[in-house]
Every structure is written in structure tokens, then in C-alpha cells.
Design a protein around this ligand. Sequence first.
Ligand SMILES: [Zn+2]
Length: 288
Amino acid sequence: MKRIFLVTFIILSTILCSCSQINEESINCSLNKNLLSVHFIDVGQGDSTLLISPDNKTMLIDAGDNSHGQKVVDYLNKLNIKKIDILVGTHPDADHIGGLDYIINNFDIGYFYMPNKSHNTNTFKDVLLVAKNKSLKIHKAKSGMSFSLGKFIKCNVLSPMKNYSENNLCSLVIKSTYKNKSFLFAADAEFQNEQDMINSNYNVKSNILKLGHHGSSSSTSEGFLLKVSPDIAIISCKHNNKYNHPSEKTLTLLKKYNIPLYRTDKQDDIVLFCDGYEIFSYKRPLKL
Ligand SMILES: [Zn+2]
């Protein structure tokens, strides 16, 4: 099996190494070593993040747009996943929930969370329909809620705090913690949500930040970035996308604070492993 280990040490004792691709062996490695693995699946202009807990429970946050649903299914199948214990549709936009009907149709689902926000699109209606056909209840999530992924991973919902009318502002923002390390998944949250979280005195500080709204200029304020104070940032977007994500402003901000960055448009699928004390990967972050 093609596999190259290039281990490099970076700030704050985070260990990062490099390898060709994710495969079954990586998951076996994850289980054997009591690791949490977090997979930022490349779904072009969209989001899809898979967590596999040390006790082999799975959480999928979004599944890209409709054209990437099968890719996410294939990715999960390759890892021999049969059940999604927690499925999250962060908000009704198609680049996040478009692929969820594929997931619901192809896997057993434990809990299914969505925000309290409906949308007048066929994509949104498709998700409701497949969930109904499978008798899968949709649990409405909002800030202040918490749940566990297996015995070891605690998940806190930090946003939204209000019933906003705009889809992005309704994004479910989830902080997942494993022992001393935490991951913040910001979906398409915008400045308003960031300010809400800061004003509420939520503990947003996290080692890993998946930047809001694909790195757009309307998310990741300097104040919020300083509060989160991540060791590593992740951006999920498509190469040469029409929105010009990520924005130069956001990239400049990351550079200013010397925060290493991973991008799905440049690095395809990205997997981070965490033993609760260190975070490492088979790929190196980009040079800013
Ligand atoms: Zn989006």
C-alpha cells in the first residue's frame, strides 16, 4: 500500500504528517489507537464532515450538494460504515443538505438534527420526504443543546440563538470535544452568529476551526478568530468557485495570526486524527 510518512512538528505540539490518501487501514489505526478521526470530505462547493469516535460511533455533518451525495456514500462505504449514529443537516442550503437524501436512503440513521428552519426548495423537500419515508424523526437543534457521540466525544450546539430568517444565520454550529482537544464546525455561520456566540460568553475556544461559510468575507471576524484561537483552520470549497471563496480578507487574517490552513479545493479529502492530547494528519497544511 502506497503510504508515505512525513512527520513534522508544528506549533503547540500539534503533530502533522503526510500520506497519499485515506483508506481502511487509517480507520483500523484509528480504532486501535483510541483516536477520533475527523474527515473533511471534498464535496466541491459545499460541506461534508465525518467524525468517527474512538468507540466507532459516527457523526456526519452535511453531505454536500445533490451532485456529491453519491461521493459521500462511496466515501462512507469505503470505510465500511453501516450506520450514521448522528446525522446533522446544518441549514437548508443545497450545498449542505443536497446529498442528505442519498445518506438517509443508504444508511441506518440514529439521530437526525436540523435547525428550526424550513425552506421552499425541492432539495429541502426531498430531505423531508426521504426522512418521512424512513420514519426518521427530525430533531430540531439550537444553541444550548448538547449531545454525545459515543462515550468519549461531547458535542455542544453553539448557534443559532435566534430564529433568523436567512438560511446561513440558522446554521448549526457544533463544538466537539475529545479530552483536551476541540473542533469547531461553523457551517455557514456569519458575523452575526459569531457576535451572538461571543456575547453569550460561550467557550468557543477550539484547536481546530472549520471556517464559516467556506471562508467568505462575511464570516470569520477578527474578534471571533481571536476568541476561537485555533491551532489549525480548515476551509471547504471548490477550486475556482463563482463566489471567490475563500476571500482574500479571510486568508490575510489567517496569515496575520500564522494559523496553518487546510483547504479541500487544493488538498481533496482531509483527515485529522486526535488522541485527546495531540492532533495529526497524513497531509501537511498549506503554506500561507
Ligand atoms: Zn455553504
